[in-house]
Design a protein around this ligand. Structure first.
Ligand code: PLP
Length: 522
């Protein structure tokens, strides 16, 4: 690292700034280029120093231990220099940040990120386009549109018809997908009823959305926001491999109709959050088509298969979906946020269009000016497409696919390794790169409550120690530890070391607590 030769520089207010005093001197403009470069370098060198010395994914600090330091900051009294502000930030946050790039960060879906994407983020932040209209973004709009087309092509959609938009994440994608499903159902099945204009029809309280019992909770949230109620999402049973069963879907549609419900959409999850299981979309699609249901594919996690040479065929049938969620910030090594909703037929996006005289008047549409606000729930919107663009231009899709392949393979090796440990249980072979496991030593076996308490205590102790981070979840009413493997440089030796930590924490907790389950907290 070259940071050892660097000495901090204080960004001096430029003498020839457009205005005297502080305001003019900190504006990012032609007069302050020198100071901007110095400031950016200060931030980059601070990051470089931190990254070079990160030894564990987390310090283990507790919110209560930090809160006082944050409260002591007087936001009305500026420090007067970036150097001082960065030093304070280092002390307040970076010293105790969570580092997702660390090979023993195995907790959530925050992937390690590639630095070309971070460089692109700096450019996006500095140019600061807004994606709502062409006249606030110019070429950035075309960057986004090309990436939507590229993604649509990977999905297998007909490019003449497909379209889409970048979003803040899978949650917003799923909300949009269900909104399109709801509104297009009303347009086509309820005499052209426009929800956009007239609100929910009387039948809306009977609308139902069918999704695997393992589908993401954002579907329930979306149904609630859309006025359908969270209970409109009907959980469909899975097979032994945690995949939505086509027979169960057909039965759920029939049962739903029998009970007076109106099924409007089904969601196939291509990579469930806990199991990575891939709903058999090729078999689900004909059922949905016959029943007149909108088919949404939630590939928030599984989208990495779009660029994988080894696993691409496992999502065959995705091209039959009406809409697809992709989270580049989960499986494409991209910084948060970077996601897109892609639809098979661009006409379906019509129910999102509003024309505002000040922003995107109808006359501009007639002039073929691309105003992306017409497809988005957001108005002012970051250029999240730029980082993916630069990543693809530097690395290409094969490397991203190879990274996804690597974590899938690591999960399989980790599974085999856990099976060899007599004091561990693993719930299922990994479909993608997640694993549910738990420490189950002889002394605790056959005592489900004790096992739950033990594994919850292990997760907490690991968080406090910070040498490795893992997650936890519940399945079949019991507590499990969870590995989410997204880092292509995590090795099987890392996994073995993490298992050893789990064992150490587990055994010492058992020693402290005997065989008795921990008293239930009130
Ligand atoms: C993570 C996830 C989401 C939500 O995506 P965000 O980007 O966190 O909003 C939706 N669906 C699935 C299957 C997910 O794993």
């Amino acid at each position: 690292m070259s940071h050892t030769t660097w000495t901090p520089v204080v960004a001096k207010p430029c003498q020839n700034g457009p205005a005297d005093g502080v305001i003019g001197s900190y504006l990012l403009n032609t007069a302050n280029v020198e100071a901007f470069i110095q400031s950016a370098m200060e931030a980059i060198h601070l990051l470089g120093e931190r990254l070079a010395t990160v030894e564990r994914p987390f310090s283990g600090i507790l919110p209560a231990e930090l809160a006082g330091d944050f409260e002591a900051v007087s936001l009305d009294q500026p420090l007067g220099s970036l150097e001082a502000a960065l030093a304070e930030l280092e002390r307040l946050w970076l010293r105790d940040a969570v580092w997702f790039h660390h090979p023993r960060y195995l907790a959530h879906f925050n992937c390690p990120i590639v630095y070309p994407a971070v460089a692109a983020e700096l450019i996006a932040a500095a140019v600061n386009p807004s994606m709502d209209t062409w006249d606030q973004s110019a070429g950035a709009t075309l960057i986004e549109q090309r990436l939507i087309a590229w993604t649509a092509q990977r999905i297998g959609f007909d490019l003449q018809q497909a379209d889409g938009v970048f979003t803040s994440g899978g949650t917003q994608c799923n909300l949009m997908a269900l909104l399109l499903a709801r509104d297009n159902f009303c347009l086509t099945h309820l005499n052209g009823h426009s929800v956009q204009r007239d609100g929910l029809p009387a039948q809306a309280s009977r609308f139902r959305i069918l999704a695997s019992r393992l589908a993401h909770f954002s579907l329930q949230k979306a149904a609630a926001v859309l006025g359908l109620g969270a209970r409109a999402v009907i959980p469909v049973a899975c097979d032994d491999d945690y995949r939505m069963s086509p027979e169960a879907l057909q039965r759920a549609i029939d049962d739903c109709r029998q009970a007076g419900g109106i099924p409007i959409a089904a969601v196939a999850t291509l990579g469930t959050t806990d199991f990575g299981s891939i709903d058999p979309i090729a078999e689900l699609a004909p059922i949905c088509r016959a029943a007149g249901l909108w088919l949404h594919a939630d590939a928030a996690y599984g989208c990495g298969m779009l660029v994988s040479s080894r696993h691409q065929e496992r999502i065959a049938g995705i091209e039959q979906a009406d809409s697809v969620t992709v989270d580049f910030h989960k499986s494409f090594l991209q910084p948060v946020s970077c996601s897109a909703l892609v639809v098979r037929d661009r006409r379906h996006l019509g129910c999102l269009v509003w024309h505002a005289d000040y922003l995107n008047p109808l006359s501009q549409e007639q002039d073929h000016i691309p105003n992306l606000v017409n497809k988005s729930l957001q108005t002012t919107r970051r250029c999240d497409a730029l980082k993916l663009w630069v990543t693809l231009r530097v690395m290409g899709p094969e490397q991203l696919g190879a990274a996804f392949d690597a974590v899938i393979e690591l999960a399989q090796q980790a599974h085999a390794l856990i099976l060899q440990q007599p004091d561990f249980q693993v719930l299922a072979p990994p479909a993608l790169s997640t694993l549910l496991l738990r420490h189950a030593p002889q002394a605790a076996c056959g005592q489900p409550m004790l096992l739950d308490a033990l594994n919850e205590a292990i997760r907490k102790a690991m968080m406090g120690e910070g040498q490795a981070l893992i997650a936890s979840t519940r399945e079949e009413g019991r507590s499990w530890l969870k590995f989410t493997l997204l880092n292509p440089v995590t090795t099987l030796a890392d996994i073995a070391a993490v298992l050893e930590m789990i064992r150490r924490h587990g055994n010492s907790w058992l020693q402290e607590h005997g065989r008795e389950p921990q008293p239930q907290p009130a």
